[in-house]
Structure formats: C-alpha cells, structure tokens
Design a protein around this ligand. Structure first.
Ligand SMILES: [Zn+2]
Length: 408
C-alpha cells in the first residue's frame, strides 16, 4: 500500500545581484520581526502576565508597517514575515510543552539566514521557481529530480555561513513500503561511527579526520586575528567553509546509511544518547559526533515512518556495554579503554558489537511485551515528518535496568 509523505528537496542556487540584495533585505526583516515579536511577548508576560499569541503579533506587525521608521518592512514580501511569527509561535508551544528552552533573539551573525514562502508568495511553473518581489526565476541547480508532477507547498530560501545559497522545496511524494525481514541494533561507537548487531562497523566519512584537523587549525588562526579586521572576516569564512564541507559529507554519508538500514530492516533499535559518557571523544570531535548522532536519529525517525518500520529507542541507562549478550551476566566494570572482553561464560566480546546486540535484544523485548510505550515528540522543525509516530521505549520489562547506576 503506497502512501503520501511530505518531503523536502534542497538545491543550491545562484542569485543575481538584484535577487541576492532582495533576499538579504528579506532575511534582515524576518530577523527584525521575529525579535520584535519575541520582545513584545516577553514584555507582555513579564509586566502584565499576559499571553500574547500569533494573532496578536500579526496585528502588531500590521501596526509596525504603518510607522515611519518601520515602513521598510513593506518593501519585502509579507509572507516570510508572517512565517517568522508562526515559527515564533511554534517556539513558544515547544517551550510551554517543556520540549525546548525559552526562545532567544536571532543574531545577525550567528543565526541562520532564512526566509519561508508559502504558495501565495511564489510561482512554480515549467520547472521554474519565481519568488514574490522578483521578476526572474531563481537559477537552481537541479542536482536530483523532483517527484513527477510535484508542486511545492512551501519554499525555504537560506544562506549558510560559507555564503552558499539554498532553496528547499517541500513536496508531496509517494512511497510504497516493501516489507523487510531483518532487525538490527545500532550502537554509537567510539572508534567507528556506528556498530551494528550484525557485527558490521561503520566508519566515519572519508577525509573527516583530515578535515577536523584543518578545522582546528583554521579556528586557531581565526582566534589570532584582530577583531573587526578584514583578515578576521576572511579567516571566519574559511572556518565556515570547512564546517560546511564536514557537514555536507556527514549528511551524505548518513543519508546513504539510514536509507540502507531502513530498506534492509523491519525493526531498528537505537539507544537514547541524550547524555553519554564519551570521555575519549572530547572537544571538537565530540561536538561533531553528537551532532551526527542527532542527525542520524532524526533521519531514522522520518524514514522509518515513511516505510512503515518500527524504530525502538532503548533507555539510556540500559547497561548495554557491561551485559553479556550470550549469557546475560553483568560485568562489574567496563572502562572505556576496554575494547574487547571475555565473559565468565567464555564468550569473547567486541565491546561495541556486544552493546549493539544487547540494544537489539532490549528493543525486541519491548515489542514482545508491548510495554513502556510513550508518544514521541515531533522531531522535525519544519514539519517534514508530518505523521506523528509512536516509538516504544525499552524502559520496562528488563529488570536489570533499574538496579544499575554506573553504566557505560
Ligand atoms: Zn556470558
């Protein structure tokens, strides 16, 4: 049975000087409107204990546009400004539901430059995309085709820190899930990126180690440059470019990997790594690994949803490393430098493969008893994963879970 899912297709594009100026103006207005609305909502609550919602901020925006000092807001398309208010509303909803921190102001330098257009603010015809306030279509590099007959419902334009322009088109796509026989447990490794319960180890993307070293060097170089100087701006761009290259390779690698894992397996079990003791993996390497894991999990969440697979998240206090996957005995201590160990039952374990097998077993135990199910929060900021999913969590049914305090 096939199903329709919302899917984002992202492409690079090369704006004309005129388009680049229009978009830069729009990004600036989006940021300003977001910040002013945030300010208004914060003040209303702090001073009058008043909850200001989207409709009120929308009315405020209309008022701002009529003032002399903010009249320039009329020069850009109004849709991205309204969308900024909607994003702020989402940020507050997430805050009230205790899923996120209090919204913060968007900074000119550090925040993502982005503008979102809904159908009334763009035209998509004969494979050409024209945004409001523009006379010419965007010069898009169609690196992969859109689904046949697709027409985008939302278009998001962004510019990254390395200065590259992207457009993301949210389209309906039809997916026909095909049943798969396998189940797999996946452990986030220290030496390798991931280890599977099948014994397979998945390495980091090629060149990543070298890129990390280059990044560290570029960051040291940036720190030495005088604030406000032209050389500092150049050094910052260099850091941004290396970051972008690492992120691109990482994303490609994770996309191929998650697509394969979802195609081959009906049940996938991962660990909840909200906090994890990755002592050997400090600093930069750690930050990148953590980001990679979050990205991996997000991709698995929406792809398993698309293809009707079961994704099970095992509780993070589960002692996956210390438990013998053959006999169930619990080892006393398992320092991080121990890469392989022999259980009292005589089984010799690779640390990560053993952990992945335990994760799989814990996940299958949950599906068998059907216990410990908790609704999963929506992960996609952009709402790409439109169908909410119930992800079972292995927090019950495994007695050893509650007794262990010192875990991997
Ligand atoms: Zn054993």
């Amino acid at each position: 049975m096939s199903r329709t899912v919302k899917r984002a297709f992202k492409y690079r594009f090369y704006p004309s000087a005129e388009q680049a100026a229009e978009l830069a103006r729009t990004f600036g207005c989006v940021r300003l409107v977001y910040n002013m609305a945030l300010q208004a909502r914060t003040e209303a609550w702090a001073l009058r204990r008043e909850r200001v919602g989207y409709n009120t901020t929308s009315a405020l925006l209309t008022g701002w546009k009529k003032t002399e000092e903010l009249a320039f807001l009329n020069e850009v398309s109004c849709v991205p400004l309204q969308q900024a208010l909607r994003h702020l509303q989402t940020a507050f909803t997430n805050f009230w539901a205790k899923r996120a921190r209090y919204p913060t102001f968007k900074s000119k330098k550090r925040s993502r430059r982005t503008a979102e257009y809904t159908t009334s603010a763009f035209r998509f015809r004969d494979g050409k995309l024209t945004l409001a306030k523009m006379s010419q279509p965007l010069d898009i590099v169609w690196s992969r085709p859109l689904p046949a007959g697709a027409s985008p419902s939302t278009v998001t334009v962004s510019q990254d820190a390395a200065g590259r322009w992207f457009v993301s088109l949210l389209c309906n796509d039809t997916i026909t899930p095909v049943p798969a026989p396998g189940s797999v447990g996946i452990d986030a490794g220290l030496d390798s990126l991931l280890t599977l319960s099948t014994g397979e180890k998945i390495a980091n993307p090629r060149h990543e180690r070298a890129d990390r070293q280059r990044l560290a060097k570029a960051q040291r170089n940036l720190a030495r440059k005088e604030k406000g100087s032209a050389n500092r701006a150049k050094a910052r761009l260099n850091v941004a470019r290396i970051h972008a290259r690492i992120a691109d390779r990482r994303r490609d690698h994770l996309h191929k990997l998650t697509t394969r894992l979802v195609r081959e397996n009906q049940t996938l079990v991962i660990e909840d790594l909200t906090v994890r003791n990755m002592v050997k993996n400090r600093g930069l390497a750690r930050a990148i690994s953590d980001a990679a894991w979050r990205q991996f999990r997000t991709m698995l969440e929406y792809k398993t949803d698309w293809h009707n697979r079961n994704l099970i998240i095992v509780d993070r206090w589960f002692p996956s490393s210390k438990l013998c996957s053959a006999c169930g005995a619990l080892a006393d201590r398992m320092p991080l430098n121990v890469r392989s160990w022999t259980c009292r039952c005589g089984t010799v374990h690779d640390r990560d493969v053993n952990a992945a097998r335990n994760i799989l077993a814990a996940g299958l135990a949950v599906t068998a008893c059907g216990d410990g199910v908790r609704p999963q929060r929506e992960t996609s900021r952009t709402g790409q994963s439109s169908a909410k999913q119930e992800t079972p969590r292995a927090t019950k049914g495994i007695p050893v879970l509650r007794t262990v305090e010192d875990v991997n």
